[in-house]
Design a protein around this ligand. Sequence first.
Ligand SMILES: [Zn+2]
Length: 303
Amino acid sequence: MNRRRFLKSTGLTLAALAFLDAVSEAKALGLLDDDFKIKMLNENTGIFIAQGGTILFQLGKSGPVIVDDQFPPYAKMLIKELSKKTSLPYQLLINTHHHADHTAGNIAFKDIVPHILAHQNSKLNQENSSIAKGNQNEQLLPDRTYEKVWCEKIGNEKICLKYFGPAHTNGDSVVFFQSSNIVHVGDLVFNKMHPFIDKPYGASIKNWQLVLDNILKSTNKKTKIICGHAAEGSDVIITREEVRNFKNYLSTLYNFVENEVTQHKTREEIIANKVLPGFENWNNKFIENCLDSAYTEVTENYK
Ligand SMILES: [Zn+2]
């Protein structure tokens, strides 16, 4: 049976079918275990949480602006949910950085958003990682990039992207919704969990701490700060204190590994620690990546 006839026989609309496609795709990928959650931050701005980096959306006077988009099945669910709230045309999709759990959903916005915006290194990283994975057809790349700062008023919101140098990758944007005093920091903070540190794509543990200082300087007590990931039981809406805690984590990680290196420990011995003193309860799969990445950075800085 072709699609149109199937639709007629079931009474489903095209939008409903697209949604069912998204759901079955998600089920096939085993992604639907947690379903999704929407939490509003103000009248027209909210976060969407499913699998992958937190999505921020603003419905806006002229149409929706989206920050990050997880994976295609969830991006489609988001589009479906937002269609219940607004019929205005999408204005902009922003990628905080290139990782698939923040950008794989770009493709779901093909012919829906006029522009995708990211830092210039993020675009390059999306391109290179999709070449490496052999899935270039599935990765919709940003058509707009910037180098240091990008600002534009969209609807009633002044939106600014700032680049403070290498941190989680070499292309992380901090996305400010200035009028609403909301900031999406992407994966620049992992709340109460070991982060993923992407050395092959230019991460820097040292500069990451300065980036966090810049985030603290550019926010105030009332700023709603959104991060990409949080440990179970912790929130992706974070306080400035939690940003400071994460900065403390990064300096502790670097100093711990530096101390081990000065005691002539090998990379393998350091990774075998599988724990960071002071953060023993932050256990997840990224601890090995953190120790390994810190070893790479410490030994590079010693050269
Ligand atoms: Zn990431």
